[in-house]
Design a protein around this ligand. Structure first.
Ligand code: GLU
Length: 423
Protein backbone atom coordinates (compact mmCIF):
# COMPACT_ATOMS: atom_id res chain seq x y z
CA UNK A 1 0.00 0.00 0.00
CA UNK A 2 1.61 3.27 -1.06
CA UNK A 3 -1.09 5.56 0.36
CA UNK A 4 0.06 7.74 3.24
CA UNK A 5 -1.75 6.36 6.26
CA UNK A 6 -3.50 8.88 8.47
CA UNK A 7 -2.85 8.68 12.21
CA UNK A 8 -4.62 10.46 15.08
CA UNK A 9 -4.01 11.37 18.69
CA UNK A 10 -7.68 10.81 19.50
CA UNK A 11 -7.96 7.16 20.64
CA UNK A 12 -11.22 6.46 18.86
CA UNK A 13 -10.12 7.99 15.55
CA UNK A 14 -6.80 6.18 15.80
CA UNK A 15 -8.68 2.91 16.38
CA UNK A 16 -11.03 3.57 13.45
CA UNK A 17 -8.11 4.31 11.13
CA UNK A 18 -6.03 1.31 12.28
CA UNK A 19 -8.98 -1.04 11.78
CA UNK A 20 -9.65 0.48 8.36
CA UNK A 21 -6.04 0.29 7.10
CA UNK A 22 -5.63 -3.24 8.51
CA UNK A 23 -8.70 -4.44 6.62
CA UNK A 24 -7.95 -2.71 3.29
CA UNK A 25 -4.43 -4.10 3.33
CA UNK A 26 -5.74 -7.63 3.76
CA UNK A 27 -8.34 -7.01 1.03
CA UNK A 28 -5.64 -5.56 -1.27
CA UNK A 29 -7.98 -2.67 -1.99
CA UNK A 30 -6.93 -0.26 -4.72
CA UNK A 31 -4.83 2.66 -3.38
CA UNK A 32 -7.18 5.28 -4.85
CA UNK A 33 -10.13 3.79 -3.05
CA UNK A 34 -8.14 3.65 0.19
CA UNK A 35 -7.30 7.33 -0.19
CA UNK A 36 -10.95 8.26 -0.79
CA UNK A 37 -12.46 6.12 1.99
CA UNK A 38 -9.75 7.04 4.52
CA UNK A 39 -10.99 10.65 4.53
CA UNK A 40 -14.28 12.35 5.36
CA UNK A 41 -16.32 14.21 2.76
CA UNK A 42 -17.32 17.08 5.02
CA UNK A 43 -16.60 18.25 8.58
CA UNK A 44 -18.61 21.10 10.04
CA UNK A 45 -17.87 22.91 13.30
CA UNK A 46 -20.46 25.32 14.67
CA UNK A 47 -20.81 27.60 17.68
CA UNK A 48 -24.00 27.06 19.65
CA UNK A 49 -24.98 30.11 21.71
CA UNK A 50 -27.42 29.33 24.53
CA UNK A 51 -29.17 31.68 26.90
CA UNK A 52 -28.83 29.99 30.30
CA UNK A 53 -31.57 30.11 32.93
CA UNK A 54 -29.66 32.79 34.87
CA UNK A 55 -29.66 35.08 31.80
CA UNK A 56 -26.00 34.58 30.90
CA UNK A 57 -24.95 33.33 27.45
CA UNK A 58 -22.84 30.21 27.08
CA UNK A 59 -21.37 29.26 23.71
CA UNK A 60 -20.98 25.50 23.14
CA UNK A 61 -19.07 23.83 20.32
CA UNK A 62 -21.05 21.59 17.98
CA UNK A 63 -20.01 19.32 15.12
CA UNK A 64 -21.41 17.31 12.22
CA UNK A 65 -19.11 15.09 10.18
CA UNK A 66 -20.17 13.34 6.97
CA UNK A 67 -17.69 10.60 6.24
CA UNK A 68 -19.41 9.16 3.19
CA UNK A 69 -22.49 9.63 1.04
CA UNK A 70 -21.42 7.08 -1.57
CA UNK A 71 -24.31 4.68 -0.98
CA UNK A 72 -26.92 7.19 0.18
CA UNK A 73 -27.60 10.03 2.63
CA UNK A 74 -25.11 10.18 5.52
CA UNK A 75 -26.64 8.59 8.60
CA UNK A 76 -25.69 8.67 12.27
CA UNK A 77 -26.47 10.02 15.69
CA UNK A 78 -25.90 13.23 17.58
CA UNK A 79 -24.41 12.98 21.06
CA UNK A 80 -24.25 15.39 23.99
CA UNK A 81 -21.10 14.72 26.00
CA UNK A 82 -18.10 16.66 27.37
CA UNK A 83 -15.68 14.54 25.28
CA UNK A 84 -17.31 15.35 21.92
CA UNK A 85 -14.86 16.88 19.44
CA UNK A 86 -14.18 16.84 15.69
CA UNK A 87 -11.96 13.74 15.81
CA UNK A 88 -14.42 11.73 17.86
CA UNK A 89 -17.23 12.64 15.46
CA UNK A 90 -15.10 11.70 12.48
CA UNK A 91 -14.24 8.30 13.96
CA UNK A 92 -17.89 7.61 14.72
CA UNK A 93 -18.95 8.84 11.27
CA UNK A 94 -16.53 6.37 9.63
CA UNK A 95 -17.94 3.61 11.79
CA UNK A 96 -21.45 4.56 10.64
CA UNK A 97 -20.40 4.18 6.99
CA UNK A 98 -19.28 0.60 7.68
CA UNK A 99 -22.30 -0.08 9.89
CA UNK A 100 -24.83 0.97 7.25
CA UNK A 101 -22.93 -0.83 4.51
CA UNK A 102 -22.73 -4.09 6.46
CA UNK A 103 -26.39 -3.78 7.43
CA UNK A 104 -27.29 -3.52 3.74
CA UNK A 105 -29.24 -0.28 4.16
CA UNK A 106 -29.03 2.62 1.67
CA UNK A 107 -26.98 5.09 3.68
CA UNK A 108 -23.50 6.50 4.10
CA UNK A 109 -22.08 7.54 7.47
CA UNK A 110 -22.20 10.68 9.57
CA UNK A 111 -22.04 11.72 13.21
CA UNK A 112 -22.40 14.87 15.23
CA UNK A 113 -22.57 16.22 18.70
CA UNK A 114 -22.22 19.05 21.14
CA UNK A 115 -19.41 19.28 23.66
CA UNK A 116 -21.39 19.81 26.86
CA UNK A 117 -22.35 18.11 30.12
CA UNK A 118 -26.10 17.51 29.72
CA UNK A 119 -26.42 16.43 33.37
CA UNK A 120 -25.75 20.02 34.44
CA UNK A 121 -28.29 21.58 32.05
CA UNK A 122 -31.97 22.22 32.79
CA UNK A 123 -34.64 21.02 30.32
CA UNK A 124 -35.12 24.55 29.02
CA UNK A 125 -31.37 25.03 28.51
CA UNK A 126 -31.18 21.69 26.69
CA UNK A 127 -34.07 22.71 24.48
CA UNK A 128 -32.49 26.06 23.56
CA UNK A 129 -29.15 24.32 22.91
CA UNK A 130 -30.77 21.63 20.72
CA UNK A 131 -32.69 24.19 18.67
CA UNK A 132 -29.65 26.44 18.17
CA UNK A 133 -27.59 23.44 17.07
CA UNK A 134 -30.31 22.27 14.65
CA UNK A 135 -30.43 25.72 13.06
CA UNK A 136 -26.64 25.76 12.68
CA UNK A 137 -26.44 22.38 10.94
CA UNK A 138 -29.62 22.97 8.90
CA UNK A 139 -27.74 23.73 5.65
CA UNK A 140 -26.15 20.28 5.51
CA UNK A 141 -28.86 17.93 6.83
CA UNK A 142 -31.86 16.67 4.89
CA UNK A 143 -33.97 13.61 4.10
CA UNK A 144 -31.77 12.87 1.06
CA UNK A 145 -28.62 14.53 2.43
CA UNK A 146 -27.82 13.59 6.01
CA UNK A 147 -30.22 12.04 8.51
CA UNK A 148 -29.21 12.36 12.19
CA UNK A 149 -30.59 10.26 15.07
CA UNK A 150 -30.14 9.80 18.83
CA UNK A 151 -26.81 8.81 20.34
CA UNK A 152 -25.23 9.15 23.80
CA UNK A 153 -27.45 11.38 26.02
CA UNK A 154 -29.98 12.21 23.30
CA UNK A 155 -33.35 10.62 22.55
CA UNK A 156 -36.86 11.25 21.29
CA UNK A 157 -37.24 14.65 22.94
CA UNK A 158 -34.08 16.05 21.33
CA UNK A 159 -35.17 14.67 17.92
CA UNK A 160 -38.48 16.53 18.26
CA UNK A 161 -36.68 19.80 19.07
CA UNK A 162 -34.38 19.29 16.06
CA UNK A 163 -37.19 18.36 13.68
CA UNK A 164 -39.51 21.09 14.91
CA UNK A 165 -36.79 23.74 14.48
CA UNK A 166 -35.95 22.66 10.94
CA UNK A 167 -39.61 22.20 9.96
CA UNK A 168 -40.26 25.79 11.10
CA UNK A 169 -37.20 27.06 9.21
CA UNK A 170 -38.38 25.29 6.03
CA UNK A 171 -42.06 26.12 6.52
CA UNK A 172 -43.15 22.48 6.11
CA UNK A 173 -43.18 19.26 8.12
CA UNK A 174 -39.82 17.47 7.73
CA UNK A 175 -40.23 14.03 9.32
CA UNK A 176 -37.52 12.30 7.25
CA UNK A 177 -34.58 14.42 8.44
CA UNK A 178 -34.32 12.87 11.92
CA UNK A 179 -34.99 9.34 13.11
CA UNK A 180 -35.48 8.03 16.64
CA UNK A 181 -38.51 10.27 17.12
CA UNK A 182 -41.24 9.45 19.65
CA UNK A 183 -44.10 7.25 18.41
CA UNK A 184 -46.56 10.11 18.93
CA UNK A 185 -44.63 12.33 16.51
CA UNK A 186 -43.59 10.45 13.33
CA UNK A 187 -41.60 7.81 15.21
CA UNK A 188 -42.14 4.10 14.78
CA UNK A 189 -43.10 1.40 17.20
CA UNK A 190 -40.03 -0.66 18.07
CA UNK A 191 -37.31 1.99 17.53
CA UNK A 192 -36.60 2.69 21.24
CA UNK A 193 -35.73 -0.93 22.02
CA UNK A 194 -34.20 -1.66 18.60
CA UNK A 195 -30.49 -1.19 19.39
CA UNK A 196 -30.47 -3.21 22.62
CA UNK A 197 -32.75 -5.82 21.11
CA UNK A 198 -30.32 -6.20 18.20
CA UNK A 199 -27.26 -6.34 20.50
CA UNK A 200 -28.87 -9.12 22.55
CA UNK A 201 -29.87 -10.94 19.35
CA UNK A 202 -26.20 -11.01 18.35
CA UNK A 203 -25.39 -12.36 21.83
CA UNK A 204 -28.00 -15.10 21.41
CA UNK A 205 -26.82 -15.94 17.86
CA UNK A 206 -23.25 -16.17 19.17
CA UNK A 207 -24.33 -18.58 21.92
CA UNK A 208 -26.12 -20.64 19.28
CA UNK A 209 -23.01 -20.66 17.06
CA UNK A 210 -20.82 -21.95 19.92
CA UNK A 211 -23.48 -24.46 20.97
CA UNK A 212 -24.54 -22.87 24.28
CA UNK A 213 -28.04 -22.65 25.70
CA UNK A 214 -28.68 -19.07 26.95
CA UNK A 215 -30.44 -20.44 30.05
CA UNK A 216 -28.18 -19.83 33.01
CA UNK A 217 -25.43 -18.11 31.00
CA UNK A 218 -23.99 -15.36 33.23
CA UNK A 219 -24.16 -11.94 31.65
CA UNK A 220 -22.71 -8.54 32.61
CA UNK A 221 -23.77 -5.28 30.95
CA UNK A 222 -21.78 -2.06 31.16
CA UNK A 223 -24.02 1.00 30.69
CA UNK A 224 -27.72 1.16 31.46
CA UNK A 225 -28.84 3.78 28.96
CA UNK A 226 -31.00 3.01 25.95
CA UNK A 227 -28.65 0.31 24.61
CA UNK A 228 -27.55 -1.46 27.81
CA UNK A 229 -30.99 -1.53 29.43
CA UNK A 230 -32.76 -3.22 26.50
CA UNK A 231 -29.79 -5.57 25.97
CA UNK A 232 -30.02 -6.69 29.60
CA UNK A 233 -33.80 -7.04 29.42
CA UNK A 234 -33.72 -9.11 26.22
CA UNK A 235 -31.00 -11.40 27.61
CA UNK A 236 -32.92 -11.86 30.86
CA UNK A 237 -36.10 -12.65 28.90
CA UNK A 238 -34.13 -15.31 26.98
CA UNK A 239 -33.26 -17.01 30.27
CA UNK A 240 -29.73 -15.66 30.84
CA UNK A 241 -28.70 -14.58 34.34
CA UNK A 242 -27.71 -10.90 34.35
CA UNK A 243 -25.25 -10.76 37.26
CA UNK A 244 -23.97 -7.17 36.84
CA UNK A 245 -25.15 -3.87 35.42
CA UNK A 246 -23.55 -0.44 35.65
CA UNK A 247 -23.82 3.24 34.79
CA UNK A 248 -21.99 6.45 35.77
CA UNK A 249 -23.17 5.97 39.36
CA UNK A 250 -21.42 2.58 39.79
CA UNK A 251 -21.56 -1.18 39.23
CA UNK A 252 -24.38 -3.23 40.78
CA UNK A 253 -23.71 -6.95 41.21
CA UNK A 254 -25.75 -9.92 42.33
CA UNK A 255 -24.57 -13.52 41.88
CA UNK A 256 -28.24 -14.56 42.13
CA UNK A 257 -29.12 -12.50 39.06
CA UNK A 258 -30.54 -8.97 38.90
CA UNK A 259 -34.24 -8.32 38.38
CA UNK A 260 -33.91 -6.19 35.20
CA UNK A 261 -37.56 -5.11 35.20
CA UNK A 262 -36.94 -3.66 38.67
CA UNK A 263 -33.85 -1.83 37.36
CA UNK A 264 -36.03 -0.38 34.55
CA UNK A 265 -38.61 0.82 37.08
CA UNK A 266 -35.77 2.35 39.11
CA UNK A 267 -34.36 4.43 36.25
CA UNK A 268 -37.85 5.43 35.15
CA UNK A 269 -38.48 6.99 38.57
CA UNK A 270 -34.99 8.54 38.87
CA UNK A 271 -34.96 12.23 37.80
CA UNK A 272 -31.83 11.68 35.64
CA UNK A 273 -32.69 8.10 34.63
CA UNK A 274 -29.78 6.65 36.60
CA UNK A 275 -29.25 3.50 38.68
CA UNK A 276 -28.19 5.60 41.71
CA UNK A 277 -29.65 4.02 44.88
CA UNK A 278 -30.69 0.79 43.10
CA UNK A 279 -30.97 -2.31 45.28
CA UNK A 280 -32.13 -5.89 44.67
CA UNK A 281 -31.93 -9.36 46.18
CA UNK A 282 -28.26 -10.11 46.88
CA UNK A 283 -27.20 -6.82 45.28
CA UNK A 284 -23.92 -5.22 46.23
CA UNK A 285 -22.15 -2.21 44.77
CA UNK A 286 -18.69 -3.14 43.48
CA UNK A 287 -15.66 -1.27 42.09
CA UNK A 288 -15.82 -2.15 38.41
CA UNK A 289 -17.52 -4.50 35.97
CA UNK A 290 -14.63 -6.04 34.02
CA UNK A 291 -13.56 -8.65 36.60
CA UNK A 292 -17.12 -9.81 37.31
CA UNK A 293 -17.55 -13.57 36.95
CA UNK A 294 -19.64 -13.57 33.75
CA UNK A 295 -19.57 -15.68 30.56
CA UNK A 296 -20.83 -13.00 28.23
CA UNK A 297 -19.96 -9.31 28.61
CA UNK A 298 -21.77 -6.49 26.82
CA UNK A 299 -19.83 -3.17 26.93
CA UNK A 300 -22.68 -0.73 26.16
CA UNK A 301 -21.28 2.49 27.62
CA UNK A 302 -18.58 4.54 25.93
CA UNK A 303 -15.63 4.01 23.62
CA UNK A 304 -12.25 2.79 24.89
CA UNK A 305 -13.65 1.02 27.97
CA UNK A 306 -11.82 -2.26 27.30
CA UNK A 307 -8.21 -1.17 26.90
CA UNK A 308 -4.66 -2.17 27.87
CA UNK A 309 -5.52 -1.56 31.54
CA UNK A 310 -8.90 -3.31 31.73
CA UNK A 311 -8.82 -6.10 29.09
CA UNK A 312 -6.63 -8.34 31.29
CA UNK A 313 -9.30 -8.32 34.01
CA UNK A 314 -12.09 -9.58 31.75
CA UNK A 315 -13.32 -13.02 32.79
CA UNK A 316 -15.93 -13.42 30.06
CA UNK A 317 -15.33 -15.81 27.14
CA UNK A 318 -17.46 -13.75 24.79
CA UNK A 319 -17.91 -10.03 24.26
CA UNK A 320 -20.64 -8.37 22.23
CA UNK A 321 -19.98 -4.65 21.69
CA UNK A 322 -23.10 -2.57 22.30
CA UNK A 323 -21.25 0.76 22.41
CA UNK A 324 -19.34 2.21 19.48
CA UNK A 325 -15.61 1.44 19.79
CA UNK A 326 -15.62 0.05 23.36
CA UNK A 327 -12.51 -2.11 22.73
CA UNK A 328 -9.23 -0.44 21.75
CA UNK A 329 -6.72 -2.26 19.46
CA UNK A 330 -4.53 -2.86 22.55
CA UNK A 331 -7.54 -4.29 24.37
CA UNK A 332 -8.35 -6.43 21.33
CA UNK A 333 -4.81 -7.91 21.30
CA UNK A 334 -5.07 -8.91 24.98
CA UNK A 335 -8.54 -10.43 24.49
CA UNK A 336 -7.25 -12.29 21.46
CA UNK A 337 -4.44 -13.88 23.50
CA UNK A 338 -7.04 -15.00 26.04
CA UNK A 339 -9.13 -16.54 23.25
CA UNK A 340 -12.10 -14.21 23.84
CA UNK A 341 -14.50 -13.99 20.87
CA UNK A 342 -15.57 -10.39 20.15
CA UNK A 343 -18.67 -9.50 18.11
CA UNK A 344 -17.79 -6.05 16.73
CA UNK A 345 -19.78 -2.91 17.41
CA UNK A 346 -20.93 -2.05 13.92
CA UNK A 347 -22.46 -5.48 13.51
CA UNK A 348 -23.79 -5.86 17.06
CA UNK A 349 -25.34 -2.43 17.55
CA UNK A 350 -26.65 -1.97 14.01
CA UNK A 351 -30.21 -2.65 15.20
CA UNK A 352 -30.50 1.05 16.01
CA UNK A 353 -29.71 2.30 12.54
CA UNK A 354 -31.63 -0.52 10.85
CA UNK A 355 -34.59 0.59 12.97
CA UNK A 356 -33.90 4.17 11.86
CA UNK A 357 -34.05 3.02 8.25
CA UNK A 358 -37.47 1.47 8.92
CA UNK A 359 -38.65 4.73 10.48
CA UNK A 360 -37.33 6.80 7.57
CA UNK A 361 -38.97 4.45 5.03
CA UNK A 362 -42.27 4.73 6.93
CA UNK A 363 -41.94 8.53 7.04
CA UNK A 364 -41.36 8.66 3.28
CA UNK A 365 -44.38 6.46 2.66
CA UNK A 366 -46.50 8.16 5.32
CA UNK A 367 -47.57 4.67 6.37
CA UNK A 368 -46.67 3.04 9.69
CA UNK A 369 -46.00 -0.61 10.46
CA UNK A 370 -47.04 -2.61 13.50
CA UNK A 371 -44.45 -3.31 16.19
CA UNK A 372 -44.55 -7.02 15.25
CA UNK A 373 -43.70 -6.22 11.61
CA UNK A 374 -40.89 -3.94 12.74
CA UNK A 375 -39.33 -6.47 15.13
CA UNK A 376 -39.70 -9.36 12.75
CA UNK A 377 -37.90 -7.51 9.93
CA UNK A 378 -35.23 -6.27 12.36
CA UNK A 379 -34.51 -9.77 13.68
CA UNK A 380 -34.42 -11.18 10.17
CA UNK A 381 -31.75 -8.66 9.10
CA UNK A 382 -29.72 -8.93 12.33
CA UNK A 383 -29.59 -12.72 12.23
CA UNK A 384 -28.66 -12.73 8.53
CA UNK A 385 -25.87 -10.21 9.09
CA UNK A 386 -24.51 -12.10 12.10
CA UNK A 387 -24.39 -15.29 10.02
CA UNK A 388 -22.71 -13.49 7.13
CA UNK A 389 -19.88 -12.17 9.34
CA UNK A 390 -19.57 -15.38 11.39
CA UNK A 391 -19.32 -17.57 8.27
CA UNK A 392 -16.91 -15.17 6.53
CA UNK A 393 -14.66 -15.09 9.62
CA UNK A 394 -14.70 -18.90 9.90
CA UNK A 395 -13.97 -19.43 6.20
CA UNK A 396 -11.08 -16.94 6.12
CA UNK A 397 -9.87 -17.88 9.64
CA UNK A 398 -9.94 -14.25 10.73
CA UNK A 399 -11.49 -12.36 13.64
CA UNK A 400 -15.10 -11.24 13.34
CA UNK A 401 -14.04 -7.57 13.49
CA UNK A 402 -11.72 -7.96 10.51
CA UNK A 403 -14.38 -9.93 8.60
CA UNK A 404 -17.02 -7.26 9.28
CA UNK A 405 -14.69 -4.47 8.14
CA UNK A 406 -13.78 -6.30 4.96
CA UNK A 407 -17.37 -7.05 3.97
CA UNK A 408 -18.52 -3.51 4.78
CA UNK A 409 -15.65 -1.69 3.06
CA UNK A 410 -16.03 -3.82 -0.08
CA UNK A 411 -19.63 -2.71 -0.63
CA UNK A 412 -18.79 1.00 -0.28
CA UNK A 413 -15.69 0.63 -2.47
CA UNK A 414 -17.75 -1.09 -5.18
CA UNK A 415 -20.25 1.79 -5.24
CA UNK A 416 -17.50 4.45 -5.28
CA UNK A 417 -15.96 2.64 -8.25
CA UNK A 418 -19.32 2.34 -9.98
CA UNK A 419 -20.15 6.03 -9.53
CA UNK A 420 -16.67 7.31 -10.36
CA UNK A 421 -14.84 10.27 -8.92
CA UNK A 422 -16.34 13.69 -9.52
CA UNK A 423 -16.68 14.96 -5.97
N1 GLU B 1 -26.52 6.38 17.27
C1 GLU B 1 -26.86 5.09 16.73
C2 GLU B 1 -25.63 4.41 16.19
O1 GLU B 1 -24.53 4.74 16.54
C3 GLU B 1 -28.00 5.17 15.72
C4 GLU B 1 -27.69 5.95 14.48
C5 GLU B 1 -28.86 6.14 13.54
O2 GLU B 1 -29.91 5.56 13.78
O3 GLU B 1 -28.69 6.89 12.59
O4 GLU B 1 -25.72 3.46 15.47
Amino acid sequence: MSVTKRTATNVLLDTALKNFYGAVEEMRLDDNLIAILGNSERKLEVSVPVEMDDGSIQVFKGYRVQHSSAIGPSKGGIRFHPDVDADECEALAMLMTWKCSLAGIPYGGGKGGISCDPLTLSMKEKERMSRAYAARIAPIVGTWQDVPAPDVNTGGQEMVWFMDTISKLHGRVEPGIFTGKPISYWGSKGRTAATGYGVATCGLELLKAVGKDPKGVKVSVQGFGNVGSYTALTMANAGAKVVAISDVTGTYHSAKGIDIKKAFEHIESHPKKLLEGFSCDGCEKIEEIFSVDADLFFPCALEGAVNEKTAGKVKAKWIVEGANGPVTPEGDAILDQKGVIVVPDFLANSGGVIGSYFEWAQNLAGYFWTEEEYNERLMHIMKGNFKLVWDYAQSKKIKMRRAAFMAAIQRVADVVKLRGVFL
